[in-house]
Structures are given as structure tokens and as C-alpha cells.
Design a protein around this ligand. Sequence first.
Ligand SMILES: Nc1nc2c(ncn2[C@@H]2O[C@H](COP(=O)(O)OP(=O)(O)OP(=O)(O)O)[C@@H](O)[C@H]2O)c(=O)[nH]1
Ligand SMILES: [Mg+2]
Length: 208
Amino acid sequence: SSLKMYNTHSCNSSVSQTSPPVMLVGDSGVGKTCLLVRFKDGAFLAGSFISTVGIDFRNKVMSIDAVKIWDTAGQERFRSVTHAYYRDAHALLLLYDVTNKASFDNIRAWLTEIHEYAQQDVVVMLLGNKADSTHDRVVKREEGEKLAKEFGVPFMETSAKSGLNVELAFTAVAKELKHRTMKEPDEPKFQLQEYVNKEVRTAGCCRS
Ligand SMILES: Nc1nc2c(ncn2[C@@H]2O[C@H](COP(=O)(O)OP(=O)(O)OP(=O)(O)O)[C@@H](O)[C@H]2O)c(=O)[nH]1
Ligand SMILES: [Mg+2]
């Protein structure tokens, strides 16, 4: 089946069939592929923009856990392909671009789609990407915070260019997913929102 595809990219056996899939979603051009490349390889893809076709499968072994990362195409014409993967995703990183108001306005539609196609207990995190673009910014951090609060999802701003909060976004969801699988009855529940609040950095204030 096509679902087997994700293992063909893996040369590390610790990313197995049971590693939880984390899916990157959001409009075309918001920086999903760049965020993944920054996280995986520590590099930034500057210059010409190569839009993702369909879905791309990557693996990463983190100190917390190994995760499979599915980078999806934001373009409308690939929507039916990405829909097919929603139900298998354990976590969704939903991105908008702080320099693109339409990508922010579309977040509500994305969340509706997530409710429709994803598992009910899927971990969702809202990311306002391109936080490095001070001059082109049109969406304030507070607006992102407000929207996230309305939908009860954790939020942070990120930058694939500077690296701001990139590691944190993936680490936070991996910690949450790891905690869910451990099922230790006496263990206190992992507080994703609190963890994010404690670790998050703000664009322009600190080095990333
Ligand atoms: N300044 C800045 N530019 C970024 C950042 N992330 C991505 N970009 C730029 O935005 C453009 C689109 O990035 P991609 O990662 O390819 O976008 P995508 O969301 O994967 O788009 P699709 O694959 O079409 O869904 C590229 O030209 C990147 O260089 C960022 O954090 N800061
Ligand atoms: Mg892409």
C-alpha cells in the first residue's frame, strides 16, 4: 500500500511503523517544507520556492522519540491526497504565514477540515511562521494567540529562516505523543500548553 512509502526514506531502524506520524498542514507558501528542512537538517531553503507535490515523507529521531513527519502540499489541487492521511496522523502542525493575511484567515477552514477528517484526539498546534519578517508582518502575535485560544490549541510563532521555536514545535508534540503512549496511571498528565508557554521565545527579543 502507499502507506508503506514512508519507510523507504528511512535509513534508521528506530523510526518504525509505530512511530507516531506528525503532519504539516496549511496554505501553500506558508513554509511547511522549510520548517521541516530546518528541523531535520538545520538549514534554510532560501530563494526559489518549490511547491510540494502531494505528500512527502521524512523521519527524524529525536531525544524524546522517533517521529514520522508528513509534509503535505498546501495547494488546493492536492487536497484529496492529504485528506487520505489525516486519519492516520497523531499530531498536526497547522501553519500560517505572518506576512500573509489570507493564510491566517484560512486557519478556521483548516480547523474545520481537521475536525472533519482527523482523529478526535489528534494533537493540534498552531504555528505563525516567518516571524523573522519584521517589515512584511501583517498578522500580530496577539491575533494568533487569540485564535488559538478560541480553538483551545497551543500556539507559537516560528521562523524556518532564523530557527525560532522550530525545535520546540516538534519537541512539544513529540513529548505529548510519548506521554500518551506511556499510560502510567500515577504519572501526572503532560501539560502541553504549559510546556510551550515556558519554553517559547518571542520574535525580535531573543536569539533563537
Ligand atoms: N522569511 C522567511 N521566509 C520563509 C520562511 N519559511 C519559508 N519561507 C519562504 O517561503 C516560501 C515557501 O516556503 P515552503 O516551505 O516551500 O512553503 P510550503 O508551505 O511548503 O508550500 P507548499 O509546499 O506549496 O504547500 C519559500 O520561498 C521560503 O524561502 C521563514 O520562516 N521566513
Ligand atoms: Mg512544501
